[in-house]
Design a protein around this ligand. Structure first.
Ligand SMILES: O=C(O)CCC(=O)C(=O)O
Ligand SMILES: [Fe+2]
Length: 343
């Protein structure tokens, strides 16, 4: 492991002790579990997901999908026009949604939340190409993306082993104690929003994750992905979210992930499923639903416009994606104008 990275503390010793889990979360802002999931469940999911990616052309032809050997000529990421062609197919995989409702993860979330748990229907798979490190997820708090309540918990788990060089998640322990949403600025990488953490370089915690491991944290904890510096391996991981059923949930968390970038309906997601029990389960929830607060992303957009006008390559790339996705929208038109103006 890189020397400047510290090691996540395992909370497996406290798994049955709700009060102890809550107290460690309040102190550290994260809980890490070795093998929260049965590794066999995760490896079966790995096969399901990577087989879809193989069919979609993302893996080197003729290789075993379980090895996740990426065809780097196919590199793309969230927001790119080509990404949904494969991501939507991944999103339709029934076992991908079922994993987030696995009894082992629901049991631990119940101990943490201490009440009825609501797993967000907007499950997320992160499919991260190698040699694409400009697009690594930057430092952020999840609240700017998922909103609702500060006590919305992310459960991040690799779909297969994830040594540091494959680019797993790192957290800054105790960072949630700021108890507010920090200023986020435009950045390339998943979510497009980043917090400046200069001064905290020495305190990032991560681990060489193994299949079945899980990292859980509330929505104010600062975290980031590490760069995938492997030569040719895709990093595949899940980040799923859980909250008290009675806390408010933001309406976009009731939609398929990235549906706002490229339309995908639940009808399409559910079409091939053999098990009906998880279809539309979220419609039975009574708690409040909030509209999405776009202010964080709107601010990042304005920053990207200003940066692109000064020739910033990351901002230009971000705006090009918006123009490609949504040329007729107000942002699409403003992005096109900024790109032309800075040529
Ligand atoms: O996996 C990633 O690159 C990003 C994940 C993340 O930020 C999260 O789980 O909240
Ligand atoms: Fe995050």
């Amino acid at each position: 492991m890189q020397s400047e990275l510290k090691t996540l503390q395992s909370a497996n010793d406290a798994m049955e002790d709700s009060a102890e889990l809550q107290s460690r979360l309040a102190e550290d802002g994260y809980l890490f579990f070795k093998r929260l999931f049965d590794p066999d469940v995760i490896m079966k999911l790995r096969k399901d997901l990577l087989t879809v990616m193989q069919k979609g052309g993302w893996l080197v032809a003729g290789t075993d999908p379980m090895d996740g050997i990426a065809d780097i000529s196919k590199r793309c990421t969230e927001g790119d026009p080509d990404y949904p062609k494969v991501y939507h197919e991944v999103y339709k995989v029934q076992s991908f949604h079922q994993t987030a409702h696995h009894p082992d993860v629901l049991a631990i979330m119940e101990k943490i939340i201490g009440d009825t748990v609501f797993p967000h229907p907007s499950k997320i798979a992160r499919l991260w190409f190698p040699q694409f490190t400009d697009h690594t997820t930057p430092v952020h708090q999840d609240f700017v993306h998922f909103q609702g309540s500060y006590d919305t918990f992310t459960c991040w788990s690799p779909v297969g082993d994830c040594p540091v060089e494959l680019g797993g998640l790192a957290v800054l322990p105790g960072s949630h104690r700021v108890d507010e949403v920090l200023d986020h600025a435009f950045s390339l990488g998943a979510g497009s929003l980043s917090v400046d953490t200069s001064g905290h370089e020495g305190n990032w915690h991560t681990i060489d994750y193994e299949a079945g491991d899980a990292l859980i944290f509330p929505s104010l904890t600062l975290h980031k992905a590490l760069p995938n510096v492997t030569e040719d391996r895709l990093r595949v991981s899940l980040d799923n979210r859980y909250q008290n059923e009675n806390d408010p949930v933001a309406e976009h968390m009731l939609q398929p992930h990235l549906a706002s970038f490229s339309p995908l309906s639940w009808e399409e997601v559910y079409a091939g499923w053999t098990d009906d029990s998880l279809k539309y389960y979220w419609k039975d929830r009574d708690g409040p639903v909030l509209s999405k607060d776009s202010s964080y992303m709107d601010k990042a957009f304005e920053q990207a416009i200003a940066l692109a006008s000064n020739g910033n390559e990351h901002a230009r790339l971000h705006l090009e994606r918006i123009v490609h996705r949504d040329p007729e929208s107000d942002q699409g038109k403003a992005a096109a104008a900024a790109l032309t103006g800075s040529n």
